[in-house]
Design a protein. Structure first.
Length: 475
């Protein structure tokens, strides 16, 4: 993730999921390896007080929405340098990628999105940007996401009166100077169901002006829809917002097959509708990627026992611990393979599994988020945090000594050497020293022993090493 943040608060970012005019959405993991989606305001917009207020409005609105066929809001931080919103991760493709659908799957999709709109409107919120990109097809059915331009019903569009939304899915009244109210979301639902059935945008045209003209004047062709959907969609696409059914009425109709009235009741069977929609699945070829931790654990489990031990050693060398905080580090290939040529082949396998990245003579963790996404690695680091910190500092000193010609003045001595000799015998087997590090400790110990054998000066005897170099032999 070159140039991207690796952490936001307690969340470790694993990679971009998408970006829009307001911000960037990342796959991320918390301390308990829970996979989430983090939406971050663009850096260049973070100082814009108007946009910060709009982002706050999004969070406030989204938190009021029941999680029926929507991505649940988990947390947020709106006071920091980069405001962000955390929501439930939906593993699956967007409707834009997965369409077209037919039969029961098409009906379930229409039902699921209508249910999401009913929940959104029940909370007093208008989505205002319902489109195929904002419907994800997860393992438990369709989910409506992204309240990037959502607002509480009754508020003005924006402080500047700017046009917000995607023209092909915007209602005619918006272009006539009206505001996007709940009926505008219902209109978008109708256009979205047509896209789901055909894989084509209902009001597509070569220019925005042409799109608007079609929205205001065309009577759409609904012949691709099955009879059970044709009438509800036609009602939703009525040019007059007063004639459109509510989202509650739509989901009731889709559950019962009754004709949608112009006005629906306040209470709708959203739970039943969400349960019915959950049976929809995306095409197998577009199923969502497994979580980072699942990928890592599957790879680790496929290794023979002796290679698992080596994989642990290699991965731990890509972790640093400073002041109790762990992070990833870049190591040279030589540091990892020196004295163990079999490590080269395993590094190649780790790279193919995307667990490490290799550059020109360097190796680093594939994603810093792996430190939290993979419970096994997190457990390794947590169990050896103090030893890892000492091992890293020793390794840094050894590499400086080797890079500068192995000069005696760069060796450990005095308190530093005594501390190393104190904790050396307790070093875990998976934190072995490579040949350069071993030579560094042996040379440091030998130098100290040589000084100790010299005649003592008037002030007293010299110091004698408490441990022999042999205690550093690789295990």
């Amino acid at each position: 993730m070159n140039g991207e943040p690796s952490r936001l608060g307690r969340y470790w970012l694993a990679g971009r999921l998408g970006a829009g005019g307001q911000g960037v959405v990342y796959e991320a993991y918390d301390e308990a390896a829970n996979r989430v989606a983090v939406k971050v305001l663009h850096a260049y917009l973070s100082g814009d007080s108007t946009l910060r207020r709009r982002f706050l409005r999004e969070v406030t609105a989204a938190q009021r929405v029941a999680s029926f066929c929507t991505a649940r809001i988990i947390g947020h931080d709106l006071e920091g340098e980069r405001p962000y919103l955390v929501s439930e991760f939906v593993s699956g493709p967007s409707l834009r990628r997965a369409a077209p659908f037919s039969g029961d799957d098409l009906h379930r999709l229409a039902l699921g999105v209508a249910t999401a709109l009913a929940a959104i409107h029940q909370a007093g919120v208008v989505h205002r940007d319902l489109k195929p990109e904002n419907v994800l097809l997860g393992p438990d059915g369709p989910r409506v996401i992204d309240f990037g331009i959502a607002r509480a019903a009754g508020l003005s569009m924006t402080s500047t009166g700017e046009l917000t939304g995607t023209p092909m899915y915007m209602a005619p009244e918006v272009f006539d100077g009206g505001r996007a109210e709940p009926p505008a979301d219902v209109f978008a639902w109708g256009a979205l169901v047509c896209f789901a059935a055909t894989g084509r945008d209902l009001f597509h045209a070569p220019t925005t002006v042409a799109v608007i003209h079609r929205l205001l004047t065309d009577e759409p062709d609904l012949s691709a829809l099955p009879p059970a959907l044709r009438e509800p969609v036609a009602a939703a696409l009525d040019k007059d917002p007063a004639n459109r059914p509510t989202a509650h009425a739509l989901l009731t109709t889709l559950l019962s097959g009754a004709r949608p009235p112009a006005h629906g009741g306040e209470q709708a069977p959203m739970a039943a509708a969400a349960h019915a929609a959950a049976a929809m699945r995306p095409p197998e070829s577009l199923a969502g990627r497994p979580a980072l931790g699942q990928v890592a654990e599957h790879f680790y489990a496929s290794l023979p026992p002796h290679e698992r031990d080596l994989a642990r050693q290699l991965l731990l060398r890509l972790v640093d611990v400073r002041e109790g905080e762990d992070s990833t580090r870049q190591a040279t290939t030589e540091e990892l393979v020196e004295g163990r040529p079999e490590a080269e082949r395993l590094l190649a396998e780790l790279e193919r599994a995307s667990l490490v990245e290799r550059g020109a003579g360097t190796v680093s963790m594939g994603r810093a988020a792996l430190l939290r996404a993979w419970p096994r690695l997190h457990e390794w680091v947590s169990g050896d945090r103090e030893a890892l910190s000492r091992h890293r500092r020793l390794g840094e000193a050894a590499r400086r000594w080797a890079a500068h010609g192995r000069l005696p003045e760069d060796l450990l001595q005095g308190t530093a050497l005594r501390e190393v000799m104190t904790w050396a015998p307790q070093t875990p087997e998976h934190l072995t020293l490579n040949p350069t590090e071993q030579a560094f400790v042996e040379a440091s110990t030998a130098q100290a022993a040589g000084r100790a054998r010299r005649p003592a000066g008037p002030g007293g005897a010299g110091w004698s090493a408490a441990a022999s170099p042999s205690c550093w032999s690789p295990r």
